[in-house]
Structure formats: structure tokens, C-alpha cells
Design a protein around this ligand. Structure first.
Ligand SMILES: [Zn+2]
Length: 159
């Protein structure tokens, strides 16, 4: 319906370690979080014939699957944080660190999900993710919100 935003939202949990390079205090030290991410999606052409934006399991499999593979139980580090990257790469690990082009703050991780991960993972599913709510702790979250009609965003989805 015109002027109405229909959404569905899926919650994703994961654990990660990071440090915020050049942070003024304790976040400059390597530490970890139990993150909770809410992925908000809206349909490109309205609800499907069953009356859904998309099946909730699609968001779980596509975005939850990506997060599980790349971010869960690993270190997420800024590409310029060379000393920490060297250190972490030497430590025994199941997964290598995930290297981010920017500092791994909640804001930047939400932005990466919205503009890099969601378009690649959700292209062809009939939905656009337009908002990521990223809880770094249960008391603190950052959000990134895009206009689902933004041509720049839609181009990333191939629409
Ligand atoms: Zn932190």
C-alpha cells in the first residue's frame, strides 16, 4: 500500500571480539561482546500470496548464515590495526580474524551489514533490508537506516 512500510524483523545472536583502534579508554583493549542484531526487511512488491514480507527463515538462513560463517566466534578488526592483526593471526584459532575496512564499532558493523552483506545475501529474495539495529550490549545499540526506495541501495540488490 502506498505510504505504508510493511516490515518483518529477524533477531540474530552472535559472539565476537574486537578492539576500537584509537579509542580513548577501555575499548582500545581486545575484548568481546554477545551481540544481538535485528534485521528489518521490507518487500519490493508487497506481501507474497501467503501474506508475508518473506518467510522469517530466509532472513535467518541468509543473514544469520553469513554472520555465523564470518563473524561469530572470531575477532573483527580494522584493516589498519596491523599490530593486533599480526598478533591474532599468530594465535591458535578455528577462524581467522574478519578484517573490516573501518573500525569495528557497532555503528560500522551495522553499516557493513546493511550496505555490504544484506544486498549480496538477500538479492533475489524479493525483499530489501533497510534497517539494522545492532546491540553491542543489552544497554547499548547503534542503528543504520536506509530509505528502501534509495536507488543506490536498490542497485546493490539488482533492482
Ligand atoms: Zn566493544
Amino acid at each position: 500500500m502506498e505510504g505504508q512500510l510493511e516490515t518483518c524483523v529477524r533477531k540474530i545472536h552472535f559472539c565476537y571480539g574486537h578492539r576500537v583502534m584509537n579509542h580513548e579508554s577501555k575499548c582500545a583493549t581486545l575484548h568481546g561482546h554477545n551481540a544481538v542484531v535485528w534485521v528489518h526487511a521490507t518487500p519490493i512488491k508487497g506481501l507474497d500470496k501467503l501474506g508475508r514480507v518473506v518467510d522469517f527463515s530466509v532472513l535467518k538462513e541468509k543473514i544469520g548464515g553469513w554472520v555465523d560463517k564470518h563473524w561469530d566466534h572470531t575477532m573483527i578488526l580494522f584493516k589498519d590495526d596491523a599490530k593486533t592483526l599480526d598478533l591474532v593471526k599468530q594465535a591458535p584459532a578455528y577462524k581467522q580474524p574478519f578484517i573490516l575496512p573501518v573500525n569495528p564499532t557497532a555503528e560500522n558493523l551495522a553499516h557493513y551489514l546493511l550496505w555490504e552483506v544484506c544486498p549480496k545475501e538477500l538479492a533475489g529474495t524479493g525483499v530489501v533490508a533497510y534497517k539494522i539495529t545492532f546491540y553491542e550490549t543489552e544497554n547499548c545499540y547503534a542503528e543504520q537506516i536506509a530509505d528502501p526506495k534509495d536507488p543506490e541501495l536498490r542497485k546493490l540488490y539488482g533492482i
